[in-house]
Design a binder for this molecule. Structure first.
Ligand code: NAP
Ligand code: F7E
Length: 343
């Protein structure tokens, strides 16, 4: 492979994937949407902003995608761009559908027409499984999406499978469980917790407000997961793979451990305002619950079974939950100490 075209390059996975591709000696061209100043903070934090070529490409504009692919003829397209926040998809279901679903149809059509040899990776998600499953979810688990985000991603997943089956495109779909890192967006619960606790440690008085503390997720480390994407596009057959750690924890457990890493021993109790987490030493309320951060529908429990990725791709997650939380807290504490702006 010589040239990779990556949509969503400015996001968490886009930055780590670009880094990995560059390490493999691949030319990385990233799609950015129209803006007077693209968000290159993550690429800068990894020290690769100057090595990545950015190109304007509007994913809702079929002619724009075709023109870019015709000019570039990439060996592989990684479609990572998305309105990726599940909570926002309840407020903006149609916009989410356009970006996460319709744009994928445009991309697949453009590849079929302009460069059918190009390999394609679609960023699918464990959210497609939704709820109601006993045991861990794998490639054979039925889908039951519980948000406009999950529904839009399910459309894109099936389109990817269809273009593989109908036209023989090398179109892979990675069903990835939650993966986090110091470059995770600050609205997602893990980073919201680590960033806010670091701020509290540095003097913030306002407590951290969270929604559903009982939700459980299978949280892995993003750099492990982009390695899995790379292996999928290099696998001779285009297939669907689940990537996960196989271990799950609740939001409450994540927050408790993150607080410990930030120097607080949390005790949970409830008062008239709801459940809260207090620092045992001072009695100070560090975490409160706020219904504004709950969703009309939540997915309560997700845990993945990545044994197929292990046996076919020799992929497995290498970073433990404890090490992930520790890394995220120390990165946020360190950024604040240095006065660096948070990505
Ligand atoms: P992220 O940090 O939210 O990044 C999303 C990327 O999509 C950003 O580069 C963003 O560009 C771009 N984007 C958003 N709306 C767009 C639009 N209308 N047009 C063009 N680009 C747009 O997401 P991530 O965590 O890296 O996830 C990457 C992909 O994997 C997403 O498709 C996500 O749905 C999927 N996924 C993520 C996880 C996870 O746990 N992280 C798990 C499963 C699947 P701007 O910088 O311009 O906003
Ligand atoms: O929520 C609960 C929330 O927003 C995790 C995206 O990358 O992973 C991500 O989706 C859980 C949910 O991630 C707050 O209700 C409690 O149950 O961090 P999240 P997500 O919804 O799992 C999947 C795999 C993707 O594909 C998505 O693109 O935490 N929760 N309190 C909260 N969540 C947020 N954001 N904020 C809270 O205050």
């Amino acid at each position: 492979m010589k040239t990779a075209f990556v949509t969503g390059i400015t996001g968490q996975d886009g930055a780590y994937l670009a880094n990995l591709l560059l390490e493999h000696g691949i030319r990385v061209v990233g799609a950015v949407r129209r803006s007077s100043s693209p968000q290159v903070g993550r690429l800068e934090e990894l020290g690769i902003a100057h090595r990545v070529e950015l190109i304007g490409c509007e994913l809702l504009e079929a002619s724009n995608i075709r023109a870019v692919l015709r000019g570039l003829r990439p060996d592989v397209v990684f479609n990572l761009a998305a309105q990726s926040f599940v909570g926002a998809s309840f407020e903006q279901p149609v916009y989410t559908t356009h970006v996460n679903a319709i744009a994928v149809a445009h991309l697949l059509e453009a590849i079929r027409e302009c460069c059918p040899e190009t390999r394609f990776y679609q960023a699918s998600t464990s959210e497609m499984f939704g709820h109601g499953h006993v045991g861990a979810q794998n490639e054979d688990t039925p889908f039951h999406p519980r948000s406009p985000y999950a529904v839009s991603k399910l459309y894109a997943h099936w389109m990817t499978v269809n273009y593989r089956e109908a036209y023989g495109l090398h179109a892979a779909s990675g069903i990835l469980f939650n993966h986090e890192s110091p470059l995770r967006g600050r609205e997602f619960v893990t980073r919201k917790i680590t960033h806010t606790l670091a701020q509290i440690r540095a003097g913030r008085e306002e407590p951290l407000a969270l929604g559903n503390l009982d939700a459980k997720r299978d949280w892995g480390y993003a750099p492990d997961f982009v390695e899995g994407m790379w292996r999928m596009v290099n696998h001779p057959q285009p297939e669907t793979f689940v990537l996960a750690t196989g271990v799950c924890h609740s939001v409450r457990e994540f927050a408790t451990l993150a607080a410990r890493c930030a120097g607080y021993d949390l005790a949970w109790d409830s008062d008239e305002a709801g459940e809260c987490g207090r620092d045992r030493a001072s009695g100070r309320k560090l975490i409160v619950t706020d219904p504004r951060f709950s969703r009309p529908n939540d997915v309560h429990h997700l845990i993945g079974d990545a044994s197929r990725a292990k046996s076919v791709l020799d992929w497995s997650a290498t970073t433990t939950f404890e090490s992930l939380v520790e890394r995220m807290v120390s990165a946020d504490v360190d950024r604040l100490a240095r006065g660096a702006s948070a990505v």
